[in-house]
Design a protein around this ligand. Structure first.
Ligand code: ADP
Length: 549
């Protein structure tokens, strides 16, 4: 700024100097020319008077004298040979003198160094007397002044430096004194700047507020996400991450994920930073996580990556269970089918003696019954796996239901020489009648099946602190402690051959567990080998029907 002010001040000084100098010089010259014309006129009039007594040749004049005839012929010239001179009739001063009595004119010399000033006077005899005096030309005059002008220019330069420094300081002082954050009113010339600053401050504050709000929203959103979330730059360095991701990976801002110890995560990061989507499974602390990495593009270039870590442990476990279930189902179905087809083959080939046909047919019937029971249980389970969405909800009297089920099982109980008793009082709950019946049936069926001759089964329907409860107690063989936590698994049997012999599918308690879950009920198992088993269902949760509302 000082430089600019200096340049302008200096230029202005020089310009003023040159213009003023030139005008002044031109004025001076003009004055000088007028003076010269006046002097030439006086001289010419003097010469006119003495011409009667003296000849022009006799006069010793400093100025050049020319006598011109009315037709322009030069009659006499004090500096040149009049015979050599051309006709002067068209010279402006001569023309003016012939016309008006006197005339002036000025002409430059060839070198431009000098200027000729002419004064012409018409004499009484019609001839024209012309006097000429030389004067230094304007250019030469200026040239002669170059020295002093340079001196003045140097002085102007010094003044310009001092002036510009002072001006720059004076001009910038109020600008420097403006506080950008909170500008105060100042000189009117600077007020637009102050107003602009205030407006921009307001805009910046508004944008900052908006930005902060978004950051807070984003942080609140990501911090409360159970999924891990990470934002990386193009070098794979963590720019930000939510609580879940920090906890899971034990990383902090600035960590380089391309050097982390987990291969799956490393690969996902590398793939995303190379511009492609990546999905890998990663194991951490006994859980399985799906690492989803996506590149972040900016102007067609990969600027970083976003990593999402989803806990898919449950999904993976379900997948594993499903695979195991399919394998189990195939195995369970194969055994009775092999038996049936073997017996049927023998019979079709007439290899079974007539007295054994009834026995073989009985075996085929039993196996096919088991097969049917198994397929029915599988259908029920897969239905429950689907969520049992189409189950009808109704008010069911649990006590009444237990009495009905006990009625169905009376024949089997008699066969096992087991007495069965349903105790309690009408207790209504909301649920699926079909599933509740299934649950009660399986519990009572097991209590009969795994009992001993002369044993008993008690089915109790009651309320414990207001919670409807169903308890099935038997005096049977009991479940060894080591197996108690597993009997609710699919196809799990304590004694496989015994279970099969009595027509068990290994799915009964699994269906009970699912039905209980469906009703949001809690199961409790107590058992002592050789003494008996007690399974209680507490209907203390909010029914799924109401939860979904
Ligand atoms: P299953 O069709 O074999 O009875 P369940 O799923 O109903 O299959 O039961 C799983 C296993 O739990 C049974 O094989 C049996 O060993 C054991 N079990 C179930 N209920 C009883 C009970 N009341 N008393 C003793 N053992 C039982």
């Amino acid at each position: 700024m000082t430089g600019k002010i200096f340049r302008n001040a200096f230029l202005m000084g020089v310009l003023v100097l040159v213009i003023a100098g030139a005008l002044f010089t031109a004025m001076l010259r003009q004055r000088a020319a007028q003076e010269t014309y006046r002097s030439l006129e006086a001289q010419a009039r003097l010469v006119q008077q003495v011409m009667d007594t003296q000849t022009l040749q006799d006069l010793e004049l400093e100025d050049r004298v020319t006598l011109i005839a009315a037709d322009g012929t030069v009659l006499y010239d004090s500096r040149a040979d009049q015979g050599q001179m051309d006709n002067h009739a068209r010279r402006p001063e001569v023309l003016a003198a012939l016309r008006d009595g006197s005339g002036t004119a000025s002409r430059r010399s060839d070198t431009l160094q000098e200027e000729y000033l002419y004064y012409a006077l018409r004499l009484s005899d019609g001839t024209v007397l012309r006097l000429c005096r030389t004067q230094t030309s304007l250019g030469a005059l200026l040239w002669s002044m170059v020295g002093p002008l340079m001196g003045i220019a140097a002085a102007v330069l010094l003044v310009a430096i001092a002036w510009s420094l002072y001006l720059a300081r004076e001009i910038t002082k109020p600008i420097n004194e403006i506080a950008p954050d909170d500008p105060e009113d100042t000189y009117p010339e600077l007020q637009p700047l102050v107003d602009k600053l205030r407006q921009q401050n307001r805009t910046i504050r508004r944008q900052m507020d908006e930005l902060n709000r978004r950051v807070r929203e984003f942080a609140a959103l990501t911090e409360h996400m159970s999924e891990g979330f990470l934002l990386l730059d193009r070098q794979g360095t963590v720019l930000s991450g939510n609580h879940s991701a920090r906890e899971l990976l034990k990383t902090e801002k600035g960590a380089d994920l391309r050097r982390c110890d987990d291969t799956a995560l490393r690969q996902a990061v590398e793939t995303a930073l190379s511009g492609a989507h990546a999905g890998h499974l990663m194991e951490r602390g006994g859980s399985v996580y799906q690492v989803m990495a996506n590149p972040v593009q900016s102007n067609g270039q990969v600027a970083g990556a976003v990593i999402l870590l989803l806990d898919v442990t449950e999904r993976e476990q379900r997948e594993a269970l499903r695979r195991e279930f399919s394998a189990n189902v195939s195995h369970e179905l194969k055994t009775p089918l092999t038996t049936i087809s073997g017996f049927a083959e023998l019979m079709s080939q007439g290899l079974v003696p007539p007295e054994k046909v009834a026995e073989f047919s009985g075996d085929i019937y039993r196996e096919s019954r088991r097969l049917v029971a198994l397929v029915e249980d599988i259908i029920k389970l897969s239905h429950l796996d689907e969520g049992g969405a189409d189950m009808e909800w109704e008010t069911v009297d649990l006590y009444e239901l237990c009495r009905q089920v006990a009625g169905h099982l009376r024949y089997a109980a008699d066969n096992h020489q087991v007495t069965m008793e349903v105790r309690g009082q009408p207790t209504e709950i909301r649920g699926s009648r079909q599933l509740l019946e299934e649950m009660v049936y399986n519990l009572c069926d097991n209590a009969v099946k795994y009992n001993r001759p002369g044993g008993w089964v008690h089915v109790d329907v009651s309320r414990v602190q207001g919670t409807p409860c169903l308890t099935v107690t038997d005096s049977g063989i009991g479940i060894p402690h080591a197996h108690q936590s597993r009997v609710f698994e699919r196809f799990y049997r304590v004694d496989k051959s015994h279970s099969k012999a009595i027509g068990g599918t290994g799915l009964g308690l699994s269906i009970v567990k699912h039905a209980a879950q469906f009703h949001n009920a809690r199961l409790e198992l107590r058992s002592q080998p050789e003494q008996g088993t007690q399974i209680t269902v507490f209907f203390d949760g909010v029914p799924a029907e109401r939860r979904s509302l």
